[in-house]
Design a protein around this ligand. Structure first.
Ligand code: G3P
Length: 222
């Protein structure tokens, strides 16, 4: 079985850019080597290339467009992500929703570049739809709990259970993450016990005074 993934989305938090992004990546790499857990980061585009070059941890983009290389001003292509050293990208995050056709185009563009895809969803129905595109991961995140400090693992374990079942009913090789309010090793353990392959999180690590301490706790029960 693949190692669980803890994926940290730095969003556009001021605590997650520049030297702070570097510090979070340093903590991610340290905790990954101590624990054997895969710890990835999803920084802003501005920080993606330097972080991917300096660190061994997987670096994901927060969004990718389905556009092919060419005359598309302002688009982020999967090819550009690969050249910058990214391992993959989030797609359809709750804060960056796409149409179904756009989601498919983004996943196909990532697959064509042999990059990972993490398609975010908001319930078990959309999780099943996302699984039909055969991404690397589907990440179920109830929008009302994102950034709330209330953990999906504790507040809504049912949505995790139902989403894992919905995804695997469509495609057993698609892995499942969950996120929203994940903040402790206990939250991660509940998510894994419910059949996920890891967690997607942001504020508990990005806004922490000492991200390393929070990350050590997140990895402690795996
Ligand atoms: O992408 C992860 C995110 O949406 C969850 O945010 O702050 O609740 O961990 P947070």
């Amino acid at each position: 079985m693949a190692k669980p993934l803890i994926l940290i989305n730095l969003k556009t938090y001021k605590e997650g850019m520049g030297s702070r992004a570097h510090a979070i990546a340093t903590a991610a790499q340290l905790v990954a080597s101590e624990s054997g857990v895969t710890v990835g980061i999803a920084p802003s585009y501005i920080d993606l290339h330097p972080l991917a070059k300096h660190f061994m941890v997987p670096v994901y983009a927060q969004h990718v467009d389905g556009a092919a290389p060419g005359a598309h001003t302002g688009q982020i292509t999967a090819e550009a992500l690969r050249v910058a050293g990214a391992s993959g990208s989030l797609v359809n995050h709750s804060e960056r929703r796409l149409t179904l056709a756009d989601i498919e185009a983004s996943v196909r563009a990532l697959q064509a570049q042999k990059l990972g895809s993490v398609v975010c969803t908001n319930n078990d129905i959309t999780s099943a739809a996302a699984a039909a595109l055969a991404p690397e991961y589907v990440a179920i995140e109830p929008p009302e709990l994102i950034g709330s400090g209330v953990s999906v693992s504790k507040a809504n374990p049912e949505i995790i259970r139902k989403s894992v079942a919905a995804v695997h009913a469509v495609n057993t090789s698609v892995k499942v993450l969950t996120g929203a309010g994940i903040q402790s090793g206990e939250c991660v353990k509940i998510a894994l016990d419910l059949g996920t392959d890891g967690v997607l999180l942001a504020s508990s690590v990005v806004k922490a005074e000492d991200p390393k301490t929070v990350l050590r706790d997140l990895a402690s029960k795996i």
